[in-house]
Design a protein around this ligand. Structure first.
Ligand code: 48F
Length: 252
């Protein structure tokens, strides 16, 4: 006979084992959108200990709905090799424009990322950063429902050598530094311009404060670069670039 309490014990022991073993990380990624998951995948492949914290119940960020709910995304030539790396199928619409099924993209990236060794904690919101001696050295986490209900409950912290702000358009994690006067300005993203937005999201992927990287739309929001809509190559390339740079710093 199945015991209800054994089911509970299995979940609690397994979950808290994972949580405890991810309290000290090489890299804490905030946000399980395309840029965050791709960064986590390459970091894990490179041997880093990495976990993603996602405030929503579902992961995937802005991938699922394609554009206007038409669940297809477009990827340009530069990023095609990342679709190949993940084994995502696509069709060439016109030279240099590849179209993929948004559901396959989100589910495949998520699956490969988890199987590469990344633990994804959903329903956990990063509400602040740990900053010591002028360097970001961890994240402050709380259950999303605590924030939603406005309950007065103190958070926990996770220590990490690097934090990656992959929170998308709001650059929510970098905003915590702005609020404290530790960085001067976050101009926010500019109006739509796919070509420039895609180039600049990769260029703007960088360490914006010691220990804090930005990727994807957060990178453009922090630098005032354009949004780009339903083309995703820049998100993937940004995640890969952040992973490469962080891996080389971790080795140093
Ligand atoms: O927005 P999102 O998909 O970020 P991205 O990787 O990709 C942007 C594209 O989806 C699209 C686009 C493509 O051209 O413009 O918008 O830059 O994913 C961001 C994730 O971060 C989570 C949020 O729920 C989403 O899943 N997130 C935001 N703030 C927090 C957070 C937070 N404070 N703590 C944890 N997760």
């Amino acid at each position: 006979m199945l015991r209800d309490v054994t089911i509970s014990r299995a979940i609690i022991e397994s979950y808290f084992h994972d949580l405890l073993s991810n309290l000290e990380l090489d890299v804490a990624i905030v946000g399980a959108g395309p840029s965050g998951m791709v960064a986590a995948y390459y970091l894990a492949k490179g041997g880093a200990k990495v976990a993603i914290f996602e405030k929503k119940l579902s992961i995937g960020g802005g991938i699922w709905g394609g554009a206007m709910g038409f669940n297809k995304i477009v990827v340009q030539e530069d990023a095609r090799e990342i679709l190949d790396e993940f084994g995502i199928r696509y069709e060439e619409f016109e030279k240099g424009y590849y179209v993929a099924d948004a559901i396959e993209v989100a589910s495949t990236i998520a699956s490969k990322t988890v199987k590469a060794g990344v633990k994804i904690f959903n329903m956990i919101e990063v509400e602040d950063l740990v900053v010591k001696d002028g360097k970001v050295s961890g994240i402050v986490i709380n259950w999303t429902p605590v924030h939603m209900t406005g309950l007065h409950v103190d958070p926990l912290t996770v220590e990490s050598k690097f934090v990656v702000d992959s929170t998308g358009h709001g650059a929510q994690v970098t905003q915590y530094l702005l609020k404290r006067g530790l960085i001067k300005n976050i101009p926010g993203e500019g109006p739509m311009w796919a070509d420039q937005g895609e180039k600049l999201t990769v260029e703007n992927t960088k360490e914006v404060f010691p220990g804090l990287y930005v990727t994807g739309m957060a990178a453009n929001a922090v630098s005032g670069a354009p949004r780009m809509g339903p083309i995703f190559g820049g998100m993937f390339l940004s995640g890969r670039k952040a992973a490469k740079e962080i891996l080389s710093k971790l080795k140093v």
